[in-house]
Design a protein around this ligand. Structure first.
Ligand code: C5P
Length: 234
């Protein structure tokens, strides 16, 4: 599995997402893209089929979290969409993650990559202790959830690029780290707090970087994407 840049398609409609992707029509390699809840709930599964038909690899970022049987059945439906990567919340427990893998595996044994969300980056130590009654240091909680995901058979986790080295240390080099929070050295940080450049993310060991606004809001998105690939993949 090689390193790659994933563009976050954070658009509210099918039209906006597709007209954005039209700008990559001339690219030799169609970018790997992430479809999140906003676009999926607005445009439905057809947007996945249409973008797939244009030749893009797809990370469907729906963060499933429910009882094991429900997640298994939902994953079984999603496996029919032929996406390349799916995710769920490790907080659903190993039983839920194992059920997800059973559901997503097709009759021929193939399946998309499945990765876990550990603690959301919007969850602070204080909220985790006060709201969730989890009293351990958040770094340890993230690593523990990552190990549970690995033990359940998942392929990796979503994490900060700054945590990618530690996750590999705890879960092995082949356990994937998919990392948002990436900015160009000379770019706007926006609302992200802990950010890293594509080059630094590569050095720390990210396997995939997820990049949204530095590409989607760029004056020339195809050029910004190429720059990301050059800095991250080399
Ligand atoms: O525009 P930007 O590069 O900040 O977009 C990052 C993408 O990664 C968004 O789709 C955001 O929801 C997602 N993400 C994140 N931080 C996480 C998990 C997902 O920024 N911890």
């Amino acid at each position: 599995m090689g390193k790659d840049v994933i563009i976050a398609l954070d658009f509210e409609s099918k039209e906006k997402a597709l007209s954005f992707l039209d700008q990559f029509a001339g690219e030799p390699k169609k970018p790997f893209v992430k479809i999140g809840m906003e676009l999926y709930y607005a445009a439905g599964p057809d947007i996945v089929r249409e973008i797939k038909a244009r030749g893009h690899q797809i990370f469907l970022d729906l963060k499933l979290h429910d009882i094991p049987n429900t997640v298994k059945k939902a994953m079984s439906v999603l496996s029919g969409l032929d996406v390349d990567m799916l995710n769920l919340h490790a907080a659903g427990t190993k039983a839920m993650m194992e059920a997800a893998l059973e559901g997503v595996t097709r009759p021929d044994g193939s399946r998309p990559l499945v990765i876990a969300v550990t603690q959301l980056t919007s969850t602070s130590q204080e909220r985790m202790e006060g709201d969730l009654l989890i009293r351990e240091p958040i770094d340890q909680v993230v690593l523990h959830y990552a190990q549970c995901a690995r033990d359940a058979g998942l392929d990796g986790v979503v994490c900060s690029p700054l945590e990618a080295g530690k996750v590999h240390g705890a879960c092995g080099e082949t356990f994937l780290t998919v990392t948002p929070g990436v900015r160009f050295a000379d770019g706007d940080v926006g609302d992200q707090v802990r950010v890293t450049t594509p080059e630094k993310a590569r050095e720390i060991g990210s396997d995939y970087i997820v990049v949204g606004r530095p590409v989607t809001q760029a004056a020339d998105p195809a050029a910004a994407y190429r720059r990301c690939v050059a800095e991250f993949v080399g």
